[in-house]
Design a protein around this ligand. Sequence first.
Ligand code: MF3
Ligand code: CO
Ligand code: CO
Length: 265
Amino acid sequence: MDKEEIRIYSEQDMVGIRAAGRLAAEVLDHITPFVKVGVDTESLDNLMNEFIQSKGGASADIGYCGYPKATCISPNHVICHGIPSPDKYLQNGDIVNIDVTVVLDGWYGDTSRMFYVGHPSVKAKRLVQTTYETMMAGVMAVKPGATTGDLGAAMQSVAESAGYSVVRDYCGHGCGGIFHGAPNILNFGRKGAGVKLVPGMVFTIEPMVNVGSFETMTLKDGWTVVTKDKQLSAQFEHMVAVTSEGVEILTLSPKGWNYPPYQGG
Ligand code: MF3
Ligand code: CO
Ligand code: CO
């Protein structure tokens, strides 16, 4: 089987990729004050789409394999690819992932964060905190010479030590010049396995962590991925570049809102 080639980006390419990553992070900053009890997820999607367009970008999601909306909004037991809907209202206690991929001047920026709606339970907040730590364990393992398996092993260890499971069916991916490319960044694995990292690679790290089992199910709409056991799931996503020093996070929040609570709440 032919292996898709992993792109190595030049410093000039990185200027464009950085701008796309920053815009994606700005979209999440922009939507933060609107993520509240009673809002419907289509309104959030429209606000984000308008913001992206006002900055000269476009959503990469719209029309991607027929996907109908600008962003993915995935509450509670929805693992990923929740379709924004006028009938889906956020409720007190929800935890919700918002995932944004923009294309700006031909470059892709992909990031997601969890949000608290009102006052989630201690159990829900613990899942969200651990999922952020899981993602960051993956991010911190990025350096030249490390392997994709090192990242997966680091993430799996944090999530499973807390008693959670990591989703197997979806993973991080090469990004930057394309939406989804090589290499795959699995959220589990063995140290030393997989692809060796070199400076100039760009990919996402996006672990999905479940309270219960890692098994997934896709709803009849063809997109919405849920936990089979209906227990809670959480996800964070950063796009990163491998540098000669280690790692550059391309989707940090300009406002410092990288994990909740975002406004002191
Ligand atoms: N942003 C998602 C990812 O992290 C992909 C969404 S594809 C869509 O890779 F079609 F569902 F929007
Ligand atoms: Co992604
Ligand atoms: Co994404």
